[in-house]
Design a protein around this ligand. Structure first.
Ligand code: ZN
Length: 530
């Protein structure tokens, strides 16, 4: 929806100036000693990404960087002026947990428009332990293709483990561990942000803590962080509490910043444990361990049905071995009871909504409804479906008290964890704004912006963006606080959000008056900027 924002293009605009001083000094000036910029954003209410109140300043962009912050009455010469009167101006949002790499590599989705329309200008990939092993080759491909948003990478534990030892359900030998360390080291040299793990998933789940500590130490040597999808966010194996202890232990032993991916208390067994987790993290903070987390603002998670309900031992070695075990009569009793319990943990078969599958007839049904349709039990339906291909599910397993309690913590930042079939991929940032800033007022607008931009940049170690400050890369968004809105929901998961009116990526305007300009201005952002 277009709004009343308008833009004036001119060669030079004289803004009435009585200013005796300016926030900036050292840029190009014209003969009248006015600063010269390419683009000047005027009259907006500027949240600069820090944890502080907004100010009314004008922002100058020169090529790819923010080259001046000016009092509103200062004279500045600009080629292009954007009038942001009545609008919010903020750093472009940074999403620390996405699964957008396949699309960025594709010809038709490389624009990452579902993120740009949320105000996200930088996405992180390689989360949950799953990343390209050769970061450099992937980056070269992305550079050749062009991408719509900036991208940064973690190196994934599951991916390096799979490369060295497949999906073997055992601990690594010293030689295998050395092989993994070398891969992590190379990735860190190629600019990875740190190590990610997905200890809940195959094959990371087969690793012991020592293996993770060894690899995290390598990331730490390069100033990286440790980003983890916990071994257990529920009561699937060691339990949420012990999984958190394990992650903190890794941080302590490897001397590395711990970042908890999509923090949550998953399932009825652990509802209410957010307070215990927060207390544990506060205690660790007090003991000098650096910990942060991200969170997506929805009560349902999104995953694949086999990851959601199948025991991990069944999935070892290969898909063929997995399917053989599912059909082995000697295992059926144990399997049935474990799968049944996993479904119960997630709130029962009515809490699992099938969001993507090759048989469209069951998309939009819950596991309970699909079971009824097939005249089978929920467990037998799950066993049958997972053998027919990937089944994506939205798993309604969170409780609003836990979600809000985590969200209020100053160390929790916004993420999407975007995947197909779940509206979080198209609408997490606007949804958080709409539900938790405007409606429930869990966060102030300053908190929301800080924890979607500057704070996230600090956690990830991105030193050249995330704030509106002179000299930083010009990733900037302008939005209307009244119209920023999520349009996607569980029935229409891939609707673009509205209300983001302008987006600049590295100084290039890629959305103008809510219209995408078909520009690919994104870059790879390495951990160490040269
Ligand atoms: Zn995850």
């Amino acid at each position: 929806m277009l709004t009343m924002t308008f833009k004036i293009k001119c060669i030079s605009v004289l803004l009435i100036a009585f200013s005796l001083f300016s926030c900036t000094t050292n840029n190009m000036t014209d003969t009248a000693n006015k600063p010269i910029v390419d683009t000047l954003i005027i009259n907006g209410l500027v949240y600069n990404g820090e944890d502080k109140n907004p100010s009314k300043v004008n922002i100058g962009l020169c090529q790819q960087v923010i080259c001046g912050i000016y009092p509103q009455h200062q004279q500045v010469t600009a080629t292009n002026i954007i009038n942001a009167h009545g609008k919010i101006v903020s750093p472009g949002f940074i999403d620390p947990h996405t699964h957008s790499l396949a699309e960025l590599k594709s010809q038709d989705k490389k624009h990452n428009l579902n993120y740009l329309t949320q105000g996200v200008t930088t996405v992180v990939n390689g989360n949950d332990g799953d990343s390209p092993v050769d970061i450099k080759a992937t980056v070269n491909m992305l550079k050749a293709n062009g991408i719509g948003t900036n991208i940064a990478f973690f190196i994934g534990h599951n991916s390096v483990r799979r490369q060295i030892m497949g999906t073997a359900a055992r601990y690594a030998t010293p030689e295998e561990l050395n092989g993994m360390k070398k891969l992590v080291e190379q990735a860190m040299q190629d600019g990875a942000l740190g190590l990610s793990s997905g200890l809940y998933y195959v094959p990371g789940t087969y690793a012991n803590t020592e293996e993770v500590i060894s690899l995290a130490k390598v990331a730490s040597q390069y100033g990286g962080i440790y980003d983890t999808h916990l071994r257990d966010e529920s009561t699937f194996n060691i339990g949420f509490n012990a999984a958190l202890d394990e992650a903190i232990n890794v941080a302590k032993k490897a001397d590395i910043h711990l970042h908890l991916a999509h923090i949550k208390a998953l399932g009825v067994d652990v509802w209410g444990q957010s307070q215990l987790a927060i207390d544990k993290i506060s205690k660790a903070h007090h003991n000098g361990i650096s910990i942060s987390a991200d969170q997506y603002p929805w009560l349902a998670s999104g995953t694949k049905l086999h990851s959601a309900v199948m025991p991990k031992w069944v999935m070892a070695d290969s898909i063929t071995a997995f399917h053989q075990r599912l059909n082995d009569p000697c295992l059926s009793k144990q399997l049935y009871s474990e799968i049944k319990d996993n479904i119960r943990r997630r709130g029962g078969p009515a809490s699992l909504l099938i969001t993507a599958f090759k048989d469209k007839n069951i998309v939009g049904l819950t596991l309970e409804q699909a079971a009824k349709l097939n005249n089978l039990s929920a467990v037998d339906t799950a066993i049958k479906l997972v053998q027919q291909g990937d089944v994506r599910v939205a798993s309604y397993n969170m409780n609003s008290v836990d979600v809000e309690r985590f969200m209020a913590q100053p160390w929790v930042v916004t993420s999407s964890d975007g995947t197909n079939g779940h509206p979080r991929k198209y609408a997490s940032f606007p949804k958080k704004y709409q539900s938790y800033v405007k409606d429930k007022q869990i966060l102030s607008l300053t908190d929301f912006i800080h924890r979607s931009s500057g704070k996230t940049a600090e956690i990830l170690g991105l030193t050249d963006r995330g704030f509106i400050k002179e000299g930083l890369s010009a990733d900037i968004i302008i939005f209307d606080a009244n119209t920023l809105r999520a349009k996607a929901d569980f029935s229409h998961w891939n609707r673009y959000s509205t209300g983001i009116e302008y987006v600049f990526v590295n100084g290039a305007m890629v959305i103008e008056q809510s219209v995408y300009l078909n520009k690919l201005a994104g870059k790879f952002i390495p951990k160490h900027l040269k």
